[in-house]
Design a protein. Structure first.
Length: 157
């Protein structure tokens, strides 16, 4: 049975590693986001990895060792002594964000730094997070399960 494993790569090697793995017949996925980068003479939209130094690969457990032969892969990500695995629904959620940049709206007005809240919709539905920052239109939440920050627009109740 195939499972989504999380691989830790050398810095700035995510796209190259994913391409090499795909050429060797593996189902590798490097989620990308579009961002604007500023140079001294211009601004440019570029695609950068959503999770720097990490890629995902869907493989059978007995083939894990084959991936470590790639020079850009440092190791698997482990959780409680076992390789960290993602469910298909979680990977689909990441793909939804990458493809559509789906905006998630939450309702409320009393978001305070440090407060915990449950995400009501979208690919992170049901996950909980801690409010890190808040302004007039959006709240930034640290989602521990993903070890990342997620930004949401909100409507005052």
């Amino acid at each position: 049975m195939k499972s989504w494993h999380i691989l830790y790569t050398k810095p700035r090697n995510e796209k190259k590693v994913a391409e090499r793995l795909q050429k060797h017949g593996f189902e590798a996925y490097c989620p990308l986001i579009k961002t604007v980068r500023q140079w001294s003479d211009r601004k440019k939209k570029v695609q950068v990895p959503m999770f720097p130094s990490y890629i995902l690969c869907r493989i059978e457990e007995h083939r894990r060792h084959e991936l470590l032969e790639d020079p850009g892969i440092l190791n698997f990500v482990f959780w409680l002594g076992k390789p960290a695995l993602l469910r298909d629904e979680e990977v689909k959620g990441i793909q939804m964000i990458e493809e559509g940049g789906k905006e998630i709206n939450i309702s409320g007005s009393g978001f305070e730094k440090g407060q915990f809240l449950e995400i009501p919709e979208g690919p992170f539905k049901g996950m909980t997070g801690r409010v890190d920052k808040r302004d007039k239109r959006k709240v930034i939440v640290f989602v521990e399960q993903l070890d990342c920050m997620v930004s949401f627009r909100y409507k005052a109740e």
